[in-house]
Design a protein around this ligand. Structure first.
Ligand code: NDP
Length: 292
């Protein structure tokens, strides 16, 4: 059996450090505050917002949950963002994705104060990631993947990392993060996507495979070289009549077969997911610290 990378246990370690830092900030009169804005009533988004709010409360952060109707206009939402930008008790702002179709999500992201953009999607923060400016905010899932690797003592330095997927929220920032010229980066990164030729040959040359494509069980045993490390970012619903909900969540990796060949692998759920929320808390605390 390979080494199972336990995202929940590693997230708990992150929270131990954060609790200490939050206590220090409170001693200086600052309670880090996170505002999460939800437009509409998508059940999955609602569940994400609830879990973020719950985690803020558990850590003793100031949490503001703004639930707006699906009919909210672009102008109304921009006004809300402006209010939050100006609110000194709020250090991080997150507008839950995806908003209703009549909302221009990119325009909302651009309206955020980049110093409060704890999702790391504002162009200024994207630029800071490219420039390796550590004052910027890196998107939470890539940051969580890097932390999982570090805490699991996986050697990133000089390793060949193959990232499957080139989205702006996972694949692209992850590639930039792991190729940074520092002790937590220095990887040789290859990014593959739906147009890549010879994908299997490329993934088979990876020391570390990170799958973020949103295709259930896509990465099979033949994609993986013996003793590679496999990180599964994917969250996919597959029908399962045996469960109460009628579905279960699986990753982008065919866990049962790939785990026979990998030296270490993340499960779904319980791998990358808990780290994403831990990094959101971490980015909020960083925003509060940088506001001093
Ligand atoms: P997107 O749909 O935005 O991007 C998917 C990427 O995968 C694209 O670059 C696409 O290529 C590529 N792709 C799709 N099909 C294939 C294929 N057959 N072969 C190779 N590449 C392919 O997805 P996200 O990045 O937003 O999310 C990816 C997965 O990660 C999803 O399952 C999502 O639910 C999950 N996720 C999990 C998080 C967590 O906290 N654990 C957080 C965020 C996402 P192309 O660009 O050519 O279209």
């Amino acid at each position: 059996m390979p080494n199972l990378i336990d995202g929940r246990a590693i997230a708990e370690k992150v929270y131990v450090d954060l609790r200490r830092e939050i206590a220090e900030l409170k001693a200086q009169g600052i309670t880090p505050g996170l505002a999460v804005v939800l437009v509409g009533d998508d059940p999955a988004s609602r569940a994400y917002v609830r879990s973020k709010d719950k985690m803020c409360r558990e850590l003793g952060l100031h949490s503001l949950k703004l639930e707006l109707p699906a009919s909210t206009t672009q102008t109304e939402l921009l006004n809300r963002v402006e209010q939050l930008n100006a609110d000194a008790s709020i250090h991080g702002i997150l507008v839950q994705s995806p908003p209703p179709v009549h909302i221009d999500e990119a325009a909302i992201v651009r309206a955020l104060d980049p110093r409060k953009d704890v999702d790391g999607f504002h162009p200024e923060n994207v630029a800071k990631l490219v420039l390796e400016d550590a004052t910027g905010f890196v998107p939470c899932t890539p940051l969580g993947v890097q932390r999982l690797l570090i805490e699991s003592s996986v050697n990133i330095n000089g390793a060949h990392v193959v990232v499957l997927g080139r989205s702006m929220i996972v694949g692209k920032p992850l590639a930039l993060l792991l190729m940074q010229k520092n002790a937590e980066g220095n990887a040789t990164v290859t990014v593959v996507h739906s147009r890549s030729r010879d994908l299997v040959e490329i993934t088979r040359s990876a020391d570390i495979i990170i799958a973020a494509i949103g295709r259930a069980g896509f990465v099979k045993i033949d994609h993986v070289r013996q003793d590679a490390v496999v990180i599964d970012v994917g969250i996919n619903r597959v029908d399962d009549a045996a469960t109460e909900r009628g579905y279960r969540l699986v990753g982008d990796v065919a866990f049962d077969e790939v785990s026979k060949k990998a030296s270490a692998i993340t499960p779904v759920p319980g791998g990358v997911g808990p780290m994403t929320i831990a990094m959101l808390m971490s980015n909020t605390v960083k925003a509060a610290r940088q506001s001093l």
